[in-house]
Design a binder for this molecule. Structure first.
Ligand SMILES: [Zn+2]
Length: 103
C-alpha cells in the first residue's frame, strides 16, 4: 500500500510485522534506489480500500540508506529490520571487484 506525505512525495508504506501492521515509515525511490523515511512514531491508519493513504503530518526520525536493525513499533512492540537496497550494496562493492580483476 502506498502513502503520501505532506510534501506530496509518495512511496510504499513500510509496516511493522503485526497482522495488517502499522506504518513505521515510507519507502522513497530516488534515482532507482530505495531509502526508508523513518517516522518517529508509528501511525494508526484507516484502511478504506484506498490505494494511497494521505498521511497526517508526522515527525520524521530520519532517512535510512543502510541497514537498521530491530526498528520497534511503538503501537504493538513488533520489531522489523530495514535492509540496505541491493543496488546501493552493489554500487559500494563494485569498485573493489573491479580492482581485484585488474591486478
Ligand atoms: Zn505495530
Amino acid at each position: 500500500m502506498d502513502g503520501q506525505i505532506t510534501d506530496g512525495r509518495t512511496g510504499r508504506l513500510w509496516m511493522c510485522k503485526k497482522h495488517e501492521g502499522h506504518p513505521l515509515g515510507i519507502i522513497l525511490n530516488e534515482n532507482g534506489r530505495e531509502r526508508l523515511l523513518l517516522f518517529r512514531m508509528a501511525i494508526n491508519v484507516e484502511r478504506d480500500n484506498v490505494k494511497i493513504i494521505v498521511l497526517p503530518p508526522m515527525v520524521v526520525m530520519g532517512l535510512v540508506e543502510g541497514t537498521m536493525y530491530d526498528i520497534e513499533c511503538n503501537l504493538c512492540g513488533a520489531k522489523r529490520t530495514w535492509w540496505i537496497d541491493k543496488k546501493i550494496t552493489i554500487s559500494l562493492l563494485a569498485p573493489m571487484y573491479d580492482k581485484s580483476l585488474t591486478k
